[in-house]
Design a protein around this ligand. Structure first.
Ligand code: GLN
Length: 212
């Protein structure tokens, strides 16, 4: 059974912990706020939640978490970033705060912050996700986008898991990339932890366990 760490300095970490605790594969969820807590026990996988990536970046530095998280990703351990977490995992971002913001990096992608507009442009969309990800593909996956990023371009080793057509898009618009997997890195620009559908959390657990 798995021990999953959840970065708990800012944003929607409680919701992730709650969803992870519902997964059969999970033995223990460890919320950590600093390097000492992160290192207190071996973590099979780590979730970086949604929130505000520029604020998180500042806090990661002051709580000495930036380097440990970079080392964790570099070591090939499993990590999942949702929304702001996806931004943090990206190697490069657009619309960074003036002066830039620190990143954990590791995901070979260029990610655009706040790509769908402001908070009030938040929306829910039904996604088509491959059945390796979703146990029961018949059941539509409803994804919550809140001031979400999109992935603009990816490296050759990054697999696109889901795209979405933005609500305001013209009919011939290319759907935007909103979920990717690169080896043991999973990134989603939406928030599975804000719904009762735990299939993405279950997929992450299978990824952590090396089953997918
Ligand atoms: N807009 C936020 C950012 O740029 C992300 C929003 C979210 O995590 N829901 O960091």
């Amino acid at each position: 059974k798995l021990t999953i760490g959840v970065l708990a300095i800012q944003g929607g970490f409680i919701e992730h912990s709650h969803a992870l605790r519902q997964c059969d594969a999970v033995e223990r969820v460890v919320e950590f706020t600093n390097a000492k807590e992160m290192a207190a026990q071996p973590l099979d996988g780590i979730v970086l939640p949604g929130g505000e990536s520029s604020a998180m970046a500042v806090l990661l530095e002051s709580f000495d978490l930036l380097e440990p998280l970079r080392a964790y990703v570099r070591a090939g351990k499993a990590v999942w970033g949702t929304c702001a977490g996806m931004i943090l995992l990206s190697d490069s971002i657009k619309h960074a705060k003036l002066g830039g913001q620190s990143l954990v990096g590791g995901l070979h992608a260029t990610t655009v912050r706040n790509a769908f507009g402001r908070q009030k442009e938040s929306f829910i969309a039904t996604l088509d996700v491959p059945d390796v990800v979703l146990a029961d593909r018949e059941k539509p996956f409803r994804a919550v986008f809140i001031r979400a990023p999109i992935i603009e371009s990816v490296g050759d080793d990054v697999r696109v898991l889901a795209r979405v057509v933005r609500p305001s898009a013209p009919p011939d618009a290319e759907p935007d990339i909103v979920a990717v997997r690169q080896d043991r890195i999973l990134a989603t620009s939406f928030h599975p932890e804000l719904t009762r559908d735990i299939r993405f959390h279950e997929y992450f657990c299978r990824m952590v366990a090396g089953e997918v």
